[in-house]
Write a protein that binds this ligand. Structure first.
Ligand SMILES: [Zn+2]
Length: 80
């Protein structure tokens, strides 16, 4: 079970990097830590909507699919 969840998180983090134009996850996480606002992505399968959220956000509103499903990169990476 946890392996599936982990790979989904990793995939969403990679998608988030791509969409925001970060070279790799380190750059994205550093920017999030410095800015006080974190890039975030919807965890719904097939949605991939991104937004800027509070660094500890794990149930943000998704404007694309309407769910409380947007999670910040820092939470996804397990840093918070
Ligand atoms: Zn969504």
């Amino acid at each position: 079970m946890s392996n599936i969840a982990l790979s989904q998180k990793a995939q969403k983090l990679m998608t988030l990097c791509d969409q925001r134009g970060f070279q790799d996850l380190d750059d994205l996480l550093l920017a999030a830590l410095l800015n006080g606002a974190s890039p975030a992505i919807c965890m719904t399968e097939g949605c991939n909507h991104t937004a800027d959220m509070e660094p500890d956000q794990d149930q943000g509103f998704c404007e694309a699919c309407g769910g409380q499903t947007v999670v910040s990169a820092l939470v996804l990476a397990g840093l918070i």
